[in-house]
Design a protein around this ligand. Sequence first.
Ligand code: HMG
Ligand code: MG
Length: 298
Amino acid sequence: TLPKHVRIVEVGPRDGLQNEKQPIDAATKIALIERLADAGVSHIESGSFVNPKWVPQMAGSDEILSNIHRKNGVVYSALTPNLQGFGRAVLANTDEVAIFTAASESFTQKNINCSIAESIERFEPIMSEAKARGIKVRCYVSTALGCPYEGYVAPEKAAHVAKQLYDMGCYEISISDTTGVATPASTQRVLEECLKLIPLEHLAVHMHDTYGQALANILIALQMGISVVDSSVAGLGGCPYAKGASGNVATEDVVYMLNGMGIETGIDLDTLIQAGDSICTALGRDNGSKVARALLTK
Ligand code: HMG
Ligand code: MG
């Protein structure tokens, strides 16, 4: 059964921009975040408190999170890989944080410089600090549908990691196709495994669109009852530790599909398209949303 309402988690300002080589000033990033909120996006991943040597583009997240003109009812979240990052997030007044590990060891090593088990240990103090402060914690299981170094990842493996994060107290587990290799069949398989261990309302999907399968995969997730979808305005992005991975599915394309299916998002498509167009112009980059391209040339 399809959900009536879908919550979009907009990851463009983080996942979309983290890989961008050219410097982007804080004002441009803040303008993007504020335009997304104006379009009705209720959850915006706005930065990343990782080691700035690893991901230089996210170095200014402290300034971004501190200076957004906040809109009531909008969650402004950020990635926190360790307690040091969590401390920065708190200082910058971040509403919610997200921790991230993966379903494959090689990717975890490359991405966060530790094993999966070590990453879980590292998250323990974040969870207790977050609980003490009443900050909700979301999480990602990267490479849940395939690994750029190991290839096939068993769906049971991904579900097991997801369950560990759920048991730690993460309110939402975003099952991530880091390199966009999933098909509707593999998406269904991994979600079926996750649903054996985790209640439906705690699962989300995070689909990169490298192979052009993201919308089809999201449709399968919706048909299974999943009602939280991560996406990136204008299809911005890629992962610095997953070579060749393109951006997340474009938010505009997801909203267009959901509008057509009569599923509410609370997002105004035209305002969203303007937000995506502005950042693409600022970056001198082609718009990665097919829907935006079609409607902007009308
Ligand atoms: P490490 O080098 O093992 O950390 O990095 P460390 O604890 O050994 O510290 C080394 C240095 O880093 C120290 O500084 C620390 O202070 C500093 P030094 O003494 O050398 O001057 N440091 C920090 N500085 C600021 N903020 C911090 C922080 N932590 C340490 N939070 C670490 C471990 C996890 C930090 C590192 O590997 C890292 O930052 N990785 C992030 C990688 C990343 O951001 N990847 C992209 C995001 S994930 C993604 O895109 C996937 C997702 O979209 C889902 C999907 O699509 O699959 C979420
Ligand atoms: Mg991602």
